[in-house]
Design a protein. Structure first.
Length: 438
């Protein structure tokens, strides 16, 4: 059956690919390969949904497929009934900090909270209201204030759980009485947007707020709450972990690595239920013995590769680290076919170029880039989209002549090295860190 794609979705995908970023929708139209990796992540998602926990570090070079893969896993998790939260780390967003960077990360994650019904984020209100609706259906004639209090009593076993329950009760009160200000204050607290405890106490009657030191505790609280609301669990996805590797201060960097260690220990020891983490990073972020995760011995021992898998030349996908394999030439060809289909709305009569053009394009990339275009195909995809866009706008152009003139070159991904004097990664163009990763 030929897929149907809407004009808006088609244009959005093409625009994202041309800009070098991962499309937010329509991933099913361009996904190729990664079959074994997807199977492994589905198994992890099923474990989370079965009140288990999961931790996975997705490792690949710039442009190798991390961002796309994380977005795809998020889509699968939503289909499986999980709630997802996702964010990119940045200089002002970290796992651990004392100047607001960790809180910034938490706020971004909660803004991007998504469910199957609200896949684009901002789902926190709907999750709370689903929790309230479920209770109302189960207790149609009861005093819901008391029922909600009893239903959330288990949160008292969590750090910050008592105040968390009070805030949910405040949301119900605002919901029941039509007090939008009270509802907004409750959401404001849950999103970590209160700056002082005094303000929170005056408006909600609580004594704590989300701060840099407590974001991980609130991840666990949110996980427990979404399960109480009827969801299968919570998957938290963080990309651009290389930003931790680029932290200059050793103590600050190691404090972030200690937070990762805490997360790994909790997930692998079963100390959390219905909660999973998936991080995207580069090989240097993982393996650099001076600044990477392997510089921290406790992480090195937990994240080291399976020696037996290494000797056998295979990828162990069941461990905490998943390395993205290169796309094969056949998979890259299928990807170009998919992009051509999107341009033509899946109508073969409207193809802008014949099959021969795809083969010639891949040959051209191989000659100009070499094996790297299998490892980091981002620029190949961008060039192909540019190629089709020019032909779409100028139908009289000869694609053969155009292909001879186009030059597909790698961006400075190989120059993203280490500045020994400064001890930081030279990123060059910012787009190299945030671009599309197929």
């Amino acid at each position: 059956m030929t897929p149907k794609i809407r004009q808006r979705e088609r244009d959005s995908i093409i625009q994202s690919l041309r800009a070098g970023v991962t499309p937010r929708t329509g991933l099913q139209y361009i996904q190729v390969g990664r079959v074994n990796e997807i199977k492994a992540m589905v198994k992890d998602i099923d474990c989370i949904a079965d009140e288990g926990s999961s931790f996975k570090m997705i490792i690949g070079d710039y442009g190798a497929g991390k961002s796309f893969f994380l977005q795809l896993v998020k889509t699968i998790a939503l289909e499986k009934g999980l709630v997802t939260m996702n964010a990119d780390l940045a200089p002002d967003r970290r796992l651990q900090a004392s100047s607001g960077q960790a809180l910034n990360l938490y706020q971004e994650l909660t803004r991007n909270m998504a469910t199957r019904a609200r896949p684009n984020g901002s789902a926190l209100n709907s999750i709370i209201e689903k929790f309230i609706t479920n209770i109302r259906e189960e207790n149609p004639n009861a005093d819901l204030s008391g029922v909600i209090k009893n239903k959330l009593a288990f949160l008292n076993d969590y750090v910050g759980g008592y105040d968390f329950a009070i805030v949910i009760q405040a949301y119900w009160k605002g919901f029941d009485t039509g007090d939008d200000d009270l509802k907004n204050n409750a959401v404001k607290w849950l999103r970590g947007e209160y700056h002082t405890k005094t303000e929170a106490r005056q408006e909600l009657g609580v004594r704590t707020i989300v701060d840099d030191a407590s974001i991980y505790d609130f991840f666990k609280l949110l996980s427990a709450f979404v399960q109480a609301a009827g969801y299968k669990g919570l998957l938290i996805s963080m990309d651009e972990m290389v930003n931790l590797y680029k932290i200059h201060n050793i103590r600050s960097r190691e404090a972030n690595y200690e937070q990762i260690l805490r997360i790994i220990n909790d997930c692998m020891q079963g100390n959390v239920r219905g909660l999973g983490f998936i991080f995207g990073g580069t090989p240097d972020f993982l393996e650099d013995p001076r600044k990477g995760l392997f510089s921290y011995e406790a992480l090195r021992s937990r994240l080291a590769a399976n020696d037996f898998a290494k000797k056998a030349g295979v990828n162990d996908l069941s461990g905490p680290v998943m390395r993205l394999d290169n796309l094969t030439p056949e998979e890259l060809y299928v990807l170009l076919c998919n992009i051509r289909n999107i341009f033509a709305f899946y109508n073969p009569d409207d193809y802008l170029v014949p099959d021969e053009a795809l083969e010639r394009f891949l040959t051209h990339c191989s000659q100009n880039i070499g094996d790297a275009y299998f490892k980091t195909p981002r620029n190949t995809i961008k060039a192909f989209v540019d190629f089709l866009s020019v032909i779409e706008q100028n139908p009289s152009l000869d694609w053969k002549k155009l292909l001879q003139d186009v030059q597909v070159g790698l961006e400075n991904t190989d120059s993203l090295g280490l500045d020994d004097d400064e001890g930081s990664a030279d990123t060059g163009d910012d787009d190299a860190l945030t671009g599309f990763t197929l």
